[in-house]
Design a protein around this ligand. Structure first.
Ligand SMILES: [Zn+2]
Length: 91
């Protein structure tokens, strides 16, 4: 009889602990969703060539760098591939 009461108490404790954990998890997930919404709406990246900031979805990505347009990407990659050591003018 005592064992049955102890089992019932343990069951109740586990049940309420699980309920509390579930509520905490739900609140945490809602907070996470809000965070991702914020970053999706406002994540900015910088063009490696002209240093202009633009939204990530409008940017081009190449070799781990962000670019505002294909022209700047090509210029940046061209400068990476051939190093003009004696040329100071980047035009
Ligand atoms: Zn640019």
């Amino acid at each position: 009889m005592n064992l049955l009461i102890i089992r019932l108490i343990i069951f109740a404790v586990v049940f309420f602990a699980g309920l509390k954990l579930y509520r905490m998890y739900r609140e945490w997930r809602l907070a996470q969703e809000d965070d991702t919404k914020d970053t999706e709406g406002g994540k900015m990246v910088r063009c490696s060539w002209c240093k202009v900031h633009l939204p990530e979805q409008d940017a081009l990505r190449s070799r781990g760098e962000w670019f505002c347009c294909g022209e700047h990407r090509d210029k940046y990659l061209a400068e990476l591939t051939d190093h003009p050591d004696d040329q100071d003018d980047p035009s």
